[in-house]
Design a protein around this ligand. Sequence first.
Ligand SMILES: NC(=[NH2+])NCCC[C@H](N)C(=O)O
Length: 278
Amino acid sequence: MKITIILASYDSGHYHGGMGQGPDALIAGGLVDALTIAGHDVAVEDIGRVGDDQEREIATGFAVCNAVSGEVRIAIDRGRFPIVLAGNCLTSAGAVAGEGADAIIWADQHGDLNTPETSVYGFLDGMALATVLGLCWRPMASAIPGFQPIDPSRCVLVNARDLDPAEQQLLKTLPVIRTECPGVAQATERLKAAGAKSVHMHLDLDVHDPKELQANRYVTSGGPSPQQLRDAACAMALVVPVVGITVSAYDPAFDAQADVPPLVGQLLNDLIATIEGR
Ligand SMILES: NC(=[NH2+])NCCC[C@H](N)C(=O)O
């Protein structure tokens, strides 16, 4: 398959810091080789530095989304499959916009369903899925080229287990489909029944069981092993059409042995083989 890997090496006001180091570390860890050896034609694009500094963190977060949307659109127009490597989860709002996706699979230990009204720390990434679903930051999100909010009934939340009280409340009122990795078959059927035609797959690496893979500073017990996530992601991609992928939230400072890049390579190779084989 022709693939474009899009690097968005940004984390909450900093380029190439914290989880903003993840994309570089995945590339340095051999991700392009892993995909190339599997027979794929891989191009890499870097959105570089858009927006500027920490004081304008919210504006920069959305500027990153605008740039990612543009790169994703270009990749798709060239007949290439977009894979976004991102520090922040909000970046998926840009990917969704560029793809024109009408559904989302969100695998994450968090819900990312806070809004500026409910967020305890004002952490933008904790509002990422809420933004994608059109529940907050609407003027900013609407300015991302191609952005259309995704209907919550076409959202599958996988293995979210660290939920703030306001997120738990919100989830009681939304038709979001919740599942754990072993239950994805049923959840995917529901997504299909909800009319999902083009699905973005958001994989926050902290969804994993931290005993098996620690992606960043967030550690909440439970969650899938890398193989369980791989199997679940492929099982979903077999049933609904996946049009793009984000891999986010890898902070190599928590991965002393550099165990994560080869696992991401395996995950993406299996997923792409599934998407190609559909
Ligand atoms: N994408 C993430 N890292 N999300 C973490 C969110 C943590 C917490 N629920 C918050 O909203 O602040």
